[in-house]
Design a protein around this ligand. Structure first.
Ligand SMILES: NC(=O)c1ccc[n+]([C@@H]2O[C@H](COP(=O)([O-])OP(=O)(O)OC[C@H]3O[C@@H](n4cnc5c(N)ncnc54)[C@H](O)[C@@H]3O)[C@@H](O)[C@H]2O)c1
Length: 331
């Protein structure tokens, strides 16, 4: 029996690679990965899945490179993760964010229409709503992105929504909250903090560390995206949040505690991020009620599992140190 081709963009990234491994639990599906392998892409994330997926190194902005892949593989389903994903980089230079996150989504959606894709899951983010000083945002809340990253993601959401309405494009938009877990590139808070602690450096925390995020374990994130792909209603948007709110300072302190480092001396407060959103919080009742999704791991358990993984895989983490230290000019 021919296995169903599922095209996954950004499948060498943090969440995309976890999604590929989740999909491989179903032997009737063959993941076809398209990834440019930017600084954030890394095929070693897929070592345990070697030989069980098809890989194309390609840029989603480049239609000429993508067309032969569509022609050969004839995918019927697409899950679109590929993006420039780091807010600080978007503040420094938004060019690649506009290209990949907006133009890349357009190119992909146009090819998906041309090749009559049955289902297209667009992976968005909670950051498109902007900051939630109070309460939580449902799927119908207006988009008020603050950073060039979230503005580019919001633009892509609006484009996909316009294709749904104008062309009857069979897309679903999923908006996960702050995702963490094994294999995350250590420019993001949790692996960055673990890396700093391993190097006996203080963990830099923005402002006074009061900013709040809704933390979602990567396994729960990919389970939600898979539910949306299998059973979500086309044309719909699904928030995917854990309700596990934590201040950045609490996260940094928990990491120091779990790594047996001193909490009082292991943190340094640095100049706040420009335009820093104070808090994100979504109402995720829709995916819980309609698709019967719920997070399986509490933040406490997820953080322990994550730190254990980084400690067991220190070489991978330490190899990224120079890259990141030079980005932040902190060596
Ligand atoms: N990490 C989070 O906390 C989080 C939360 C909500 C939503 N998201 C969204 O989930 C998706 C995946 O996030 P992630 O954390 O895994 O990101 P990531 O940065 O770890 O991975 C992105 C992947 O996309 C690839 N890529 C980048 N530009 C490309 C291009 N032009 N063509 C082809 N491939 C390209 C990279 O090589 C990399 O493998 C993104 O769309 C992101 O906006 C992430």
């Amino acid at each position: 029996m021919k296995r169903e081709r599922l095209l996954i963009t950004g499948g060498a990234g943090f969440i995309g690679s976890a999604f590929v491994k989740e999909v491989l639990k179903n032997r009737f599906v063959l993941p076809v990965i398209v990834d440019k392998l930017t600084y954030a892409g890394d095929l070693s994330r897929l070592n345990e899945a070697r030989g069980r997926y098809v890989f194309y190194k390609a840029d989603i902005v480049d239609k000429q490179s993508l067309r032969p892949i569509f022609r050969k593989e004839k995918p019927k389903l697409i899950v679109h993760f590929a993006a420039e994903s780091h807010v600080d980089r978007s503040i420094r230079d938004s060019g690649s964010f506009i290209e990949t996150n907006i133009r890349g989504t357009q190119v992909l959606a146009d090819l998906a229409r041309e090749y009559k894709i049955k289902r297209f899951v667009h992976v968005s983010t909670d950051e498109v709503y902007g900051e939630a000083r109070q309460g939580s945002f449902s799927e119908s809340h207006p988009l008020r992105p603050s950073s060039p990253y979230s503005a580019a993601k919001a633009a892509a959401d609006l484009l996909v929504s316009s294709y749904i309405r104008t062309h009857g494009f069979p897309a679903i938009i999923v908006r996960p909250s702050n995702t963490y877990g094994p294999w995350q590139y250590p420019e993001k808070l949790i692996p960055w903090a673990v890396l700093c602690a391993l190097k006996n450096k203080k963990i830099p925390v923005y402002g006074s560390g009061q900013n709040v995020r809704e933390w979602l374990f990567v396994g729960d994130c990919v389970a939600g995206i898979l539910k949306a792909l299998m059973r979500g209603r086309t044309g719909e948007i699904y928030n995917l949040g854990s309700s596990e709110e934590r201040k950045n300072i609490e996260v940094a302190k928990s990491i120091l505690e779990l790594m047996h480092r001193k909490k009082r001396t292991g943190i340094t407060f640095v100049k706040d991020r420009q335009g820093h959103d104070f808090r994100y919080k979504m109402d995720s009742c829709k995916i819980r009620n309609e698709l019967n999704w719920k997070p399986l791991l509490s933040f406490g358990k997820g953080l322990r599992v994550t730190i254990e993984w980084y400690l067991d895989n220190q070489q991978w983490l330490l190899r990224k140190w120079r890259d990141i230290a030079s980005f932040y000019h902190r060596e």
